[in-house]
Design a protein around this ligand. Sequence first.
Ligand code: FAD
Length: 322
Amino acid sequence: MRKVLVMTEAKAGNLRGVSLESLAAAQRIAEGGEIITVAFGSDCSHYANVLGKHGANKVYLVGNKEFDVYTTDAYLQALRQVIVEVEPDAILMPHTAIGKDLAPRIAACFGLGLVSDVIDVQVGDGDVIFTRPIYSGKAFEKKKAVSGIPFATIRPNNIPVAEMSRTFEIVHFNAEIKDLRTFVKEVVRKTTGRVDLSEAKVVISGGRGVKSSDGFKTLQDLADILEGAVGASRGACDAEYCDYSLQIGQTGKVVTPDLYIACGISGAIQHLAGMSNSKVIVAINKDPEAPIFQIADYGIVGDLFEVVPLLTEELKKVLVNS
Ligand code: FAD
């Protein structure tokens, strides 16, 4: 039995899905032991019930208003203090922009090894084994901590959320924050505020073949019907058809949705690095030789400006009018 600490993350007043997925991973590691979560921000108390429903025994609320917007300084100091108090046997964090920034610093503070971008967690022969993709998703490696406690970041959309209602205790934690060097005055969001791309179950992605920012509206219509998010290749971003925040790939976001529809994307290796682990891949391209068809589960050879509106119309009939 282990005591596992899970750092949770919220966005726009809701816990991010990957927080609950990290809790599911914690249940496997804890093997019946204690699961302690930590949530940040002046509004964080309303996450406690959700965390309790997903297996948390104890919810640390770091409710100071310094934590409403992420800053490395403040979060690092607070999380460090929570870890010192809790003395966990394992630590998990979401593999998000925040997790990627914070986890290596925590690892350095406590002299721990960090396994990042984990897609599966198993316990065998008393060891916690983390699985993570390498070589842009072409192979997988299994890692365990040989000294110190297991510490990992969990990639969104890979570990199924598990419900397990528990009576839980709330701890209002007063983090002592000093010498802050960063203050966020305003957050200007570039994305639409629709579905979060990194956690979307459906991603409709456009490439240079979409030809214009107007062309991306065609993709957004399909994404809206499927309650998905729009992504893009770097080709489309470079051509200024859309914002770089939508870029998927080696130098963009990594996504693992249930359904990825690539529209007018050739399938360059750098693009595949960000989406090849999607569960079902559909490619729409007018070139039958486009490399994207080699990794697609379903391929449609055709003009995306004919195929995508047709798909949207048909799905509308099935999903909206039924
Ligand atoms: P193209 O390769 O130009 O493909 C356009 C496709 O659209 C073609 O296959 C064409 O047949 C099809 N098409 C055209 N018109 C239509 C139509 N009407 N209907 C249907 N299909 C149509 N790329 C990324 O995506 N993400 C990254 O993170 C990334 N990182 C990179 C990092 C480095 C270091 C380097 C060197 C490159 C990186 N790239 C990345 C760029 C990558 O190599 C490709 O150049 C890029 O992915 C190509 O984008 P694309 O597929 O949209 O464009």
